[in-house]
Write a protein that binds this ligand. Structure first.
Ligand SMILES: Cc1cc2nc3c(=O)[nH]c(=O)nc-3n(C[C@H](O)[C@H](O)[C@H](O)COP(=O)(O)OP(=O)(O)OC[C@H]3O[C@@H](n4cnc5c(N)ncnc54)[C@H](O)[C@@H]3O)c2cc1C
Length: 447
């Protein structure tokens, strides 16, 4: 008997998952709530609608991790990339598209596929049997979010992302920063040196507060309520409440001794914490912000040791439903407590159209393998796909898990390549060459 794969959500991830599964001969039903039930960001009833920017970002597959993800999706016959190419607009090195014809083409391709049915209904409960992929995105409807929360626990589902900026470790000046946990807390040396500390003098702190207050901020979008106010205030809001608030909050200098200058007590300290198992990424602790991206770079580069910092991602606070994938999902993207359900797309804690479509592509292929009684071989973490899925299903720190864009900090280093800005071009080329070879070999294995 032919199996049916049910996919909830016909956005970037659900559309791509459906395409992959249907092309492999599986019957697919896409359950999409729009246009019957609307979200505050979507405008149409189309599948694959882009809710904001019309860009899939850089198409440079040699020097950019998103461009590499494009390349890998094209190599796997991805629908989103195929339709993006068809409706491409001139945009320098970026892959921008004419959004309405793009989404109309995605919808037409899926609806005319002999193995796909689209059912326009809202799913409000977690299914107990059958094969399912939940790809309902950052604006998952309230009833389904509630059902997910009941299954996973309140702590495991977030409704906002409060993203602190993430810095590449090799761009931090360790002649200024030092490693130490507050009061040297912890049983092991690793625990006692878990934080990376950047010291500030009084003058540097005062200048930092002035810059924060003056920086340009982004307003919340219509429909995005400011429910973030419990527990994750943006740093500029803390600064507005009083010039000393940050010094008594995330920038407090207590319990720390500057290893480079033990006799001088810092006036304030900015702390960074490891963000991935590889130790290539560090997040600035407690620094969620609504500052505009350009302003963030200017302000954060005034922090001693971060003057040449390169950012894997900048901070933000958005309406975003996502689960704590590192604790909830297995390496096949299945919910551990209900393995008949996979998750894909932005709800798994990746961020962006491309990353979401990419996780849809993988989830679709994993479901196909499972329906055929096989298990998909693990995706090499040297590829953009593998680096992302490894991050969300285990590489990321579960306690501080926040949505992630694809970036080279998620890849295991290529042996023999040198760190530092000067060697970046050669290093990135080595990453992308290795990724392409490994991705192709992985695809060939499935053929
Ligand atoms: C306001 C806003 C602006 C954004 N801007 C950008 C941007 O500029 N660039 C970028 O790369 N990313 C942006 N994002 C992130 C973007 O949403 C994702 O990158 C991408 O759309 C996620 O793909 P997805 O398939 O996971 O979710 P979506 O594309 O949102 O698809 C999820 C689908 O599930 C449907 N659905 C939800 N609940 C149910 C239910 N219970 N039953 C049935 N169907 C349901 C929704 O209607 C939707 O069609 C933005 C997000 C928001 C909220």
């Amino acid at each position: 008997m032919k199996h049916t794969l049910n996919i909830i959500g016909g956005g970037m991830a659900g559309s791509e998952a459906a395409w992959q599964a249907a092309n492999a001969g599986v019957n697919v039903v896409i359950h999409e709530m729009r246009p019957k039930v609307e979200t505050f960001a979507h405008r149409t009833g189309n599948l694959g609608e882009m809710v904001c920017s019309n860009s899939f970002r850089s198409d440079d597959h040699e020097q950019n991790a998103v461009g590499l993800l494009h390349w890998e999706m094209r190599a796997a016959g991805g629908l989103i990339m195929q339709m993006a190419e068809k409706h491409r607009l001139p945009a320098g090195g970026a892959l921008a598209v004419d959004r309405d014809p793009f989404a109309e083409s995605v919808t037409a391709a899926l609806k005319s596929h002999p193995n796909i049915t689209v059912s326009y209904d809202e799913i409000t409960a977690l299914p107990d049997d059958g094969h399912w992929i939940i790809a309902t995105g950052p604006l998952t409807s309230g009833a389904l979010a509630q059902a997910i929360q009941t299954e996973t626990g309140a702590e495991a589902l977030a409704f906002f992302d409060a993203i602190a900026p993430i810095v590449y470790h090799d761009s931090i000046n360790m002649d200024i920063a030092w490693m130490q946990s507050r009061y040297d807390k912890g049983e092991t040396i690793e625990e006692q040196t878990a934080y990376l500390n950047c010291p500030m003098t009084k003058a540097q702190y005062e200048a930092f507060i002035d810059a924060l207050l003056a920086a340009e901020k982004t307003a919340f979008k219509e429909g995005e309520t400011a429910g973030y106010f419990d527990g994750c205030l943006p740093i500029e809001v803390m600064a507005e409440r009083g010039r000393e608030t940050l010094r008594f909050g995330p920038m407090k200098p207590v319990g720390l001794t500057n290893a480079h200058d033990p006799d001088n007590k810092p006036y304030a300290v900015v702390q960074l914490r490891r963000d991935n198992a590889l130790g290539t990424l560090y997040n600035i602790v407690g620094f969620q912000t609504k500052m505009k991206y350009g302003a963030q770079k200017d302000v954060f580069k005034t922090i001693p040791a971060l003057e040449d910092a390169e950012f894997a991602r900048l901070g933000g606070i958005h309406r975003n439903t996502f689960i704590n994938s590192p604790t909830l999902l297995d390496d096949q993207m299945r919910l551990r407590s209900k393995p008949n359900i996979r998750f894909a797309g932005q709800i798994t804690g990746v961020e962006g159209y491309v990353e979401s479509a990419a996780m849809g592509l993988l989830a679709g292929r994993m479901a196909v393998a499972e329906l055929a009684g096989r298990s998909l071989p693990s995706v090499p973490d040297t590829t953009a796909m593998g680096a992302l899925v490894t991050h969300i299903t285990g590489g990321a720190e579960a306690k501080t898990f926040q949505p992630m864009n694809v970036n080279f900090g998620l890849f295991p280093p290529v042996e023999g390549t040198k760190n530092g800005r000067r060697n970046r071009k050669t290093r990135y080329k080595a990453y992308t060459d290795r990724a392409k070879a490994d991705w192709q070999a992985w695809l060939d294995q499935l053929a």
